[in-house]
Design a protein around this ligand. Structure first.
Ligand code: LMR
Length: 348
């Protein structure tokens, strides 16, 4: 071998070795080293699926929670939020959670009644005088009993999030006295109590997933629906309805539920950090949601797109009387103890 070839081979060998052991001249010293940073593969991902828009109480809470978790776990836990039912609808999300395909959901109480009929207690019409009464029930034995029902089903409840009281809308006529409901069809969530509420008022009902409500109202598949102001506003339901009655006749809130085995397997320090983020988020959203519903009601009023009426005390009493038989009918279905507790709170 000529000497020039020998030198060339030695240089070539050196270069190949350098590349193989990762030597990159000039770079190694300037690269910052973050010992706390976690590789993508070590990061715990929590997929959080829900069905409402991002600018609703639940949508905003989910985003707020994701930011807090990132901060509190130093990026070791990532909350991936899937809004608008893009991953699962309310009819499929609980099964997906149980399977472990997603790790967190926040269905409304009515949707939880598919899992256990005890949740129907939250759908009883005129059950709660005001938000304070709802809070008292959820922070006390009612809330405890409700969360107990999901424990045997691979799920664990971590928080209750507020949305607000429901209002009635219709395309046919103003809803003022119980007789005004007769012959109309309303969209409801999958809840036997809600179906009975409307049948007590002489109306029919159809279960329709949230993300199809706008189209169903627009196409006249149903005449009306009930929902919170934030849902009526963000889904633009007020643009396809002629009349809205501020009735505050029922409550819509959320149970934040996690996949239980996943939750229990999380390292203690990370689970505590995620829990702390949940506590902060719950306090935040429970404050925000009241202001949001008020603000959006003003915006609906200002749009002039829908005729709005507020029930007088006398009218409210008539509605409440018309639906009263539901309490007796569902006492055993829901569990007598829960219904009795709610009735007792009404008289305190
Ligand atoms: C509805 O279906 O009307 C609500 O449950 C939507 C929601 O999650 O707020």
């Amino acid at each position: 071998m000529k000497p020039i070839y020998g030198t060339f081979l030695i240089i070539l060998f050196g270069l190949v070795t350098a590349v193989l052991i990762g030597f990159r001249p000039g770079l190694s010293e300037s690269l910052p080293v973050d010992h706390e940073q976690t590789g993508l593969r070590d990061r715990i991902i929590i997929k959080f699926s829900h069905v409402v828009a991002e600018n609703t109480p639940k949508g905003l809470a989910a985003e707020h929670f994701a930011r807090l978790v990132k901060q509190k776990t130093n990026d070791r836990v990532e909350i991936q939020v899937f809004p608008n039912g893009m991953l699962y609808s309310e009819n499929t999300e609980a099964e997906a959670l149980k399977r472990g395909d997603i790790q967190m959901i926040a269905p409304s109480f009515s949707n939880m009644s598919n899992i256990d009929p005890a949740w129907l207690v939250m759908d009883l019409p005129f059950a709660f005088r005001d938000q304070a009464a709802v809070d008292e029930a959820l922070n006390g034995t009612v809330g405890e009993a409700l969360f107990q029902t999901v424990e045997e089903q691979n799920m664990h409840g971590v928080a209750f999030w507020k949305n607000g009281f429901k209002q009635m809308t219709s395309n046919r006529n103003p809803l003022v006295v119980p007789e005004d409901f007769r012959g109309q069809t309303f969209r409801i969530l999958p809840s036997k109590v809600l179906a009975s509420q409307f049948s007590a008022l002489g109306a029919k009902t159809v279960n329709i997933p949230f993300n199809e409500v706008y189209r169903s109202l627009q196409n006249g598949i149903v005449d009306g629906q009930e929902n919170t102001i934030s849902n009526i506003y963000t889904k633009r339901l007020y643009l396809v309805q002629k009349y809205m009655t501020i009735s505050n006749h029922g409550y819509l809130g959320y149970a934040v539920i996690v996949n239980k085995p996943f939750w229990e397997r999380m390292p203690d320090d990370l689970r505590s950090a995620v829990q702390a983020a949940m506590v902060e988020t719950t306090a935040w959203i429970n404050r925000e949601t009241i202001a949001m519903n008020e603000r959006q009601l003003r915006q609906i009023r200002e749009s002039g797109a829908i005729e709005i009426r507020e029930l007088t005390d006398e009218e409210r009493k008539r509605w409440a009387e018309a639906v009263q038989p539901i309490y007796k009918r569902y006492r055993d279905v829901v569990g007598g103890g829960l219904v009795d507790q709610v009735i007792k709170m009404q008289h305190q």
